[in-house]
Ligand binder design. Sequence first.
Ligand SMILES: *[C@@H]1O[C@H](CO)[C@@H](O)[C@H](O)[C@H]1NC(C)=O
Ligand SMILES: *[C@@H]1O[C@H](CO)[C@@H](O)[C@H](O)[C@H]1NC(C)=O
Length: 178
Amino acid sequence: MSTKFFAFYFAFIMLVFFVTRTEGLSIRFQNIICRAEDPKFIRFDTCKITAVSRKSQYITVKAGLLERPLTKFRLRFFFMQRLNGWKPFLYDWSIGCNFTKTLNKLTSLVWDIVRNISNFNTDCPYYQETVDIPRAENTYFQNILKMLPIPTGVYGLFIQEGTEAHKRVHVEIHIQVS
Ligand SMILES: *[C@@H]1O[C@H](CO)[C@@H](O)[C@H](O)[C@H]1NC(C)=O
Ligand SMILES: *[C@@H]1O[C@H](CO)[C@@H](O)[C@H](O)[C@H]1NC(C)=O
């Protein structure tokens, strides 16, 4: 990510910070979709949202990795905002092996989040048989939103693995911020 983009980003969050009540932002998971585009590469055993109470929910994902060790990957994750259909929103990242060697402030926060909610804790080579997110709670992300406030609305986090020609994984999480 370029320095210019970063400067823009910080100006943007400062603006949002002053126009929203960041204390009050709440997150609701609306939907989660996990698709094994290449069933020889991955198998999803669990992919669901569990409601604990009206205000409290969590996501569980359990997947088996079928090609091990994983020595090469291309993971793209991007946010879309639902307006009239999905429109790109602010972030669109792609990472490959050795991504931990080039972390910046923002991507190291994301990497912290990933390590805290899942068993995914190294980059390549990746030897584990599974990718497990046992319990990613909405309240955890509400706390993170205090650091990275965004306008209210419905967002989609899209996570894809593979190349345009050979997609292997597609995950989509729809999130309401209000
Ligand atoms: C990642 O780094 C290791 C050690 O520095 C290197 O052996 C490996 O080839 C790198 N992998 C990729 C895909 O760049
Ligand atoms: C991740 O977990 C560590 C240890 O519990 C904690 O210190 C850190 O603040 C957490 N980071 C995030 C982004 O949740």
